[in-house]
Design a protein around this ligand. Structure first.
Ligand code: UDP
Ligand code: MG
Length: 155
């Protein structure tokens, strides 16, 4: 049992300003909860452009970078850490592809978004980037707790 806990991954999920303004917070949190993932960190916060640039540093050479930073600072976001087996890759599947017009129905972007620059949600793309993003957004650390449903979700 302890071995399976050690293998648990964490991912950083952010509901972007459009998702907050469009009242999708409960819906999105509900999807991760119902899937069986465990909420380990949660805050509503606004970030400035220096912080947004740090979060998206890997994309700084992209032509859409400045617009992306403007988008992320345009209102409060909901920053979260979710934990579970394979949560990084599964979280990305639940979110859908970057362009919501190409995201499958049933995914968050497929169901709730149309434009790439208003695609509602961010999710870490790898275990390593998740670690970096969690450290950036939750420098004070995150909650340590184990859900009592754990044994009903994981073998
Ligand atoms: N983005 C955009 N235009 C593009 C590509 C990306 O506006 O051509 C935005 C979009 O909001 C995306 C974010 O930049 O979610 C980060 O891009 P990335 O390639 O990391 O996509 P993601 O990992 O969010 O699917
Ligand atoms: Mg990305």
């Amino acid at each position: 049992m302890e071995i399976s806990i050690a293998k648990m991954e964490q991912t950083f999920i952010m509901i972007k300003p459009d998702g907050v303004q469009r009242n999708l917070v409960g819906e999105i949190i509900g999807r991760f909860e119902k899937k069986g993932f465990t909420l380990k960190g949660l805050k509503l916060t606004s970030v400035d452009s220096a912080f947004a640039k740090k979060h998206y540093a890997d994309l700084s050479a992209q032509p859409f970078f400045n617009k992306l930073v403007e988008y992320i600072v345009s209102g409060p976001v909901v920053a979260m850490v979710w934990e579970g087996r394979n949560v990084v890759a599964t979280g990305r599947k639940m979110i859908g592809t970057t362009n919501p017009s190409e995201s499958a129905p049933g995914t968050i972007r497929g169901d709730y978004a149309i434009d790439m620059g208003r695609n509602v949600i961010h999710g870490s793309d790898a275990v390593e980037s998740a670690k970096k993003e969690i450290a950036l957004w939750f420098p004070q650390g995150i909650a340590e707790w184990k859900s009592s449903a754990h044994h009903w979700i994981f073998e």
